[in-house]
Design a binder for this molecule. Structure first.
Ligand code: NOJ
Length: 709
């Protein structure tokens, strides 16, 4: 008896002394993947290709956010070996606190590892598209459109870093962000998720944001970033979410692919597929886009993930597959690695297994896709550090408020001013703030905030409203009052009317007429009818069309985009002159919806826009001199000739010499100058810009402003 036991120990000793290569963190990820794949059953590998929404594991019913349900965890994680989970917008634990998120992901991770023969951890994904935005109380950064207005890529990087740290502190390792779609049609409900209409601006912001989120090595404070939605999603016909986009290959290459290319060059870990279609071909069935372009031309080696339920939609919506099984085959063959299923694990894994067993999908395709997922898990260090300390979650999720404030301040764009009213507090002493949106944070936060469609009514989160912000900075000797409506005879010097759009996301946010809601318009009409100077502040995810007889009677117009949790303070700082506005439009502002889709870099439909791409005023004046082009860069001397300090973005536009085509942004750079201060700003131009016959380069704004050189 004793002897037998001893023998058994001797036999097992070498195995336990030498961990399997896939468990050895000193080995390169590729080695570990090959070793692990070699040990996995087909079922285990297929599980890595499925992603299930956490609601499927909670409570008693599909939409019940109750506690994690052991029976369903067993089905999904133990039986179907599902390799990743997500929280779709708003699918949060109860209570929705940072620590509860950390405990939830820990519990799921522990269950997955303990019920996995090979101890494979899960990836957990969310849409943290402006901070860790599903969590109540999280720092909410401006949506990307506002960040586009900052023309400040290092800022996008810092925001990426802070967001990644917050995610990782709650056990989340995969972020479905940044959006790399181009905002080519402001009617589209996802316009505000883009960085605007320009490929160079979007590329610069996307690349830096990816670098911020992932760090150099996907270390313990980093997450896997995802470029979405590949490709051509940003130009749906009629600005209708998920409508077909009609794009030539040349347009795709010149306009829509550059931000993806920039994100790929920055080393992005994942790419999400376009839920819409291009020229009638749904993104999820497009071998051309997902394999020829993404893999072969652009050299992507990471994970592609489907969008929500989009494999099913190949059958049910696009009708390019007669059965679900066919839809799964189409998607896998086109190049989708992971399917965000998101409710039915067994249906999906069953279909994949069936296809492999029938020889319709080769095992090598499964190995390839599962290998990419596992590679990510190794690189994220999940085999070594699968859990987080819930005690650290709160601090990380609420960090970065200064950064959010800076971002909002840099984004606010002054579109019109009578030169007298703003900044407030000088000649204007008594101010009345008008409108519900001034004291309700939902509009400034926008969609994807706690709830998918924005902060649910009645839910509170930490945010500084415009009214809060103004109260905080109102100078001594002046007064500030508030009214939800416009009084008949206001006894103040000026009205600040806060209007905009209610929060929405995706198709629900489509706005075919670029219209301001009726109630908001009525407020503005009533305000200008008082005869008092009116400052209009817009909280909106797109250019809105204001009727001429309202707009031209405003004393000032301020575009604040969807500025996030510190937005109210940033707006107040601009209104009272503590911050000199420096935001510049990352899109073309049309006079009416008949001018859309009209972008600055294409022949413009019907006359001139109201405000061109890059437009934005300042409380000071910048003058340019000494423009020099030197090889691949240009230098210009910028002087602040006004009386207050300010930041200024230099925009350089170019076109081939002698060409009649519209100018395109070729370079940009931000400079901060005190009054009277001058600086040389050097901008590098894209290499080989118009090598054949030289280029015409113009520095300054696209239409008359004081900055024209
Ligand atoms: C659908 C959206 O299109 C996509 O952007 C998002 O990442 C997924 N849902 C997951 O929430």
């Amino acid at each position: 008896m004793h002897k037998t036991l001893l023998t058994a120990l001797l036999l097992t000793a070498p195995a336990s002394a030498q961990p399997a290569p896939y468990l050895d963190p000193s080995l390169p990820a590729e080695r570990r993947v090959a070793d692990l794949l070699g040990r996995m059953t087909l079922e285990e590998k297929v599980g890595q290709l499925a992603q299930i929404d956490v609601l499927r594991l909670m409570g008693q019913g599909e939409w019940d956010r109750g506690p994690l349900n052991p029976e369903w965890m067993e089905n999904v994680l133990a039986r179907q070996h599902v390799g990743s989970l997500l929280s779709g917008g708003g699918n949060a634990p109860v209570p929705n606190t940072p620590a509860a998120w950390a405990r939830m992901t820990n519990d799921l991770q522990r269950y997955a590892i303990e019920h996995s023969r090979l101890k494979i951890p899960i990836l957990y994904g969310v849409d943290a598209v402006h901070g860790h935005n599903n969590v109540v109380g999280a720092t909410i950064f401006p949506h990307n459109l506002g960040l586009g207005a900052t023309f400040d890529p290092p800022l996008a990087r810092r925001i990426g870093e802070v967001t990644a740290r917050a995610l990782r502190a709650t056990g989340i390792t995969w972020n479905f962000s940044p959006d790399a779609d181009l905002g080519r049609d402001p009617r589209w409900g996802r316009f505000y998720e883009t960085w605007g209409e320009d490929p160079l601006l979007a590329s610069s912001m996307v690349a830096e944001n990816v670098r911020g989120q992932q760090g150099d090595t996907l270390g313990p404070n980093a997450v896997a970033a995802t470029l979405k939605h590949f490709a051509g999603y940003g130009a749906p016909i009629g600005g209708k979410d998920r409508a077909d986009a009609r794009l030539t290959d040349a347009e795709l290459r010149a306009v829509h692919l550059p931000p993806f290319q920039a994100g790929l060059a920055a080393g992005v870990a994942a790419v999400m597929v376009n839920s819409g279609s291009v020229n009638g071909v749904p993104g999820h069935a497009s071998g051309k886009l997902l394999t020829d372009v993404l893999r072969k031309n652009l050299g992507f080696t990471g994970v592609t993930i489907s969008d929500w339920e989009d494999v099913t939609r190949l059958q049910t919506v696009y009708k390019v597959a007669p059965t679900y099984r066919d839809a799964v085959r189409l998607a896998l063959t086109a190049g989708v690695d992971v399917s965000m299923v998101p409710h039915d694990a067994r249906g999906f894994t069953g279909a994949v297994l069936d296809l492999v067993r029938a020889g319709e999908v080769p095992v090598s395709r499964i190995d390839e896709a599962a290998g990419r997922v596992l590679n990510l898990k190794f690189r994220l260090g999940l085999f070594e550090r699968p859990y987080v300390d819930p005690a650290g979650a709160e601090a990380a999720v609420t960090a970065g408020r200064d950064l959010a404030l800076r971002a909002a301040r840099e984004s606010v764009t002054l579109l019109a001013t009578d030169g007298r009213t703003l900044p407030l507090g000088k000649t204007v002493k008594n101010v009345l703030v008008v409108g519900e949106r001034a004291r309700d944070p939902r509009s400034q936060l926008g969609g994807w905030t706690v709830g998918w469609q924005g902060l649910p009514e009645g839910e509170s989160t930490r945010a500084i409203t415009v009214l809060d912000g103004m109260k905080a900075v109102v100078p001594p000797g002046t007064s500030l009052a508030y009214s939800p409506t416009v009084p008949a005879k206001p006894s103040v010097d000026t009205l600040v009317v806060v209007v905009g759009e209610p929060p929405h996301a995706e198709g629900e946010a489509d706005n075919p007429g670029l219209a301001l809601p009726d109630t908001d318009l009525a407020l503005l009409r009533a305000a200008v009818a008082t005869g008092k100077p009116v400052v209009a502040v817009l909280l909106a995810g797109r250019p809105l069309v204001l009727p001429e007889n309202v707009r031209t009677r405003l004393a000032a117009l301020v575009m604040a985009y969807l500025p996030g949790s510190e937005g109210g303070r940033a707006i107040a700082d601009v209104l009272y002159g503590n911050t000199n506005p420096s935001g510049r439009l990352p899109f073309t502002w049309p006079r009416s919806a008949t001018q859309v889709p009209g972008t600055y870099d294409e022949p413009f439909p019907g006359g001139t826009p109201l405000y061109p791409f890059g437009y934005g005023l300042s409380y000071t004046t910048f003058s340019y001199s000494g423009l020099r082009a030197t090889g691949d860069s240009i230098t210009v001397n910028v002087t602040n000739i006004g009386k207050v300090a300010g930041a200024h973005t230099v925009l350089a536009f170019a076109r081939p010499a002698g060409a009649a085509s519209p100018l395109k942004l070729a370079a940009f750079g931000r400079v901060v100058l005190g009054p009277g201060e001058a600086r040389n700003v050097s901008l590098s131009l894209p290499r080989g810009l118009f090598p054949a016959g030289g280029a015409e380069i113009r520095v300054g704004a696209l239409q008359t402003t004081t900055e024209q050189p």
